[in-house]
Write a protein that binds this ligand. Structure first.
Ligand code: ADP
Ligand code: MG
Length: 314
């Protein structure tokens, strides 16, 4: 087993995340799901382009489950590309993204402003230390035999040791802290997936224990059953071309995201292509929101990057 210290910028980021991001702590799930989705994309690409990977049995999916014992756990598994020892060391021991480094240099020290920035920007994998005091990453790279276990308490160091895993992909186990306990619940996980990751292209499944009652009167018995259901819609309406969509599709989508029972007054769907590429889908509701004139009313347009919800603030 090897124990290593995080690079300075990781320690810096971890400190910041843990000490000033509490108001945004729920974004950890968006980050982990987005990494799982990236890992699935990478393997999908290889299975289409590389002969060695064409033989692999690729069943792309993301599975979320939780354990509600004394020490609550949250477990996220993907069947993506996985990581070997070197990947773990370079990807989870340093900050690989140049964007994150630039981001760190723009921090002002004003906690509120920084937390807001970080919430919009996404801090990636390390955000899980907001809700966990220990994280394990068990992973096996597609095409390789050895699995590896990365473990860290998110303070100064991490360790990597050889391990075993039946098939390729990654399983991340969060040992939830007091701040994270609330996420060991079917409803909060389902809500978070719907809020941030509904449009991830791969199916996201949630496993939970369902309790039903059987029989009558004194014979009534509790029946517990493990169930697995898909929680994301796995499609982004705005990514489809206008010619594929009917007015009805736009209206239905509006009602789900807008929590409105009425159709919208109008909608606008445009696509810009060039150096920057983006799609906009705007809706105007028939009725103004009831709280529009209240002092704390927040207006905003939802921003998604690669179909992942980033912010609706400003
Ligand atoms: P980013 O996703 O922007 O690269 P993250 O901090 O979220 O930054 O993740 C760092 C890196 O760790 C990823 O780029 C990827 O190489 C690796 N990684 C994280 N999660 C997974 C996963 N589930 N499967 C494979 N690789 C992963
Ligand atoms: Mg990421």
């Amino acid at each position: 087993m090897s124990k290593k210290k995080f690079k300075t910028e990781v320690s810096q980021l971890l400190h910041l995340i843990i000490h000033s991001l509490y108001s945004h702590k729920e974004i950890f799930l968006r980050e982990l799901v987005s990494n799982a989705s990236d890992a699935l994309d990478k393997l999908k690409y290889l299975t289409l382009t590389d002969d060695i990977y064409k033989k692999i049995k690729f069943d792309p999916r993301i599975d979320i489950k939780f354990e509600d014992g004394d020490k609550k756990k949250l477990i996220i598994t993907d069947t993506g590309i996985g990581m070997n020892e070197k990947d773990l060391d370079t990807q989870l021991g340093t900050i690989a993204r140049s964007g994150t480094k630039n981001f760190l240099s723009t921090l002002s020290g004003d906690e509120k402003r920084d937390a807001n920035l970080i919430g919009q920007f996404g801090v990636g994998f390390y955000s899980c230390f907001m809700v966990a005091d220990k994280v394990e990453v068990l992973t096996r790279k597609a095409g390789e035999e050895t699995a590896w276990l990365w473990t860290s308490d998110g303070e100064n160091s991490y360790s990597i040791k050889e391990s075993e895993k039946e098939s390729f992909g990654t399983t991340i186990t969060l040992y939830l802290n007091d701040e994270g306990n609330e996420y060991a619940s079917r409803w909060s996980l389902e809500n978070l997936v719907k809020k941030y990751s509904d449009h991830i292209a791969f199916p996201i499944f949630l496993e939970y224990e369902d309790t039903t009652w059987e029989g009558e009167g004194d014979d009534r018995k509790e029946k517990k059953e493990i169930k697995v259901t898909q929680v994301n819609a796995a499609s982004a309406l705005w990514k489809k071309s206008k010619s594929e969509l009917k007015e009805e599709d736009y209206n239905e989508f509006y009602k789900t995201i807008g929590h409105d029972s009425d159709d919208p007054l109008l909608y606008l769907h445009t696509k810009a292509e060039g150096t920057l590429e983006y799609t906009t889908l705007f809706y105007v509701p028939k009725k103004a929101p009831f709280d529009m004139y209240q002092a704390d009313y927040k207006a905003g347009v939802k921003l998604y990057v690669s179909r992942i919800f980033i912010t609706d603030d400003e």
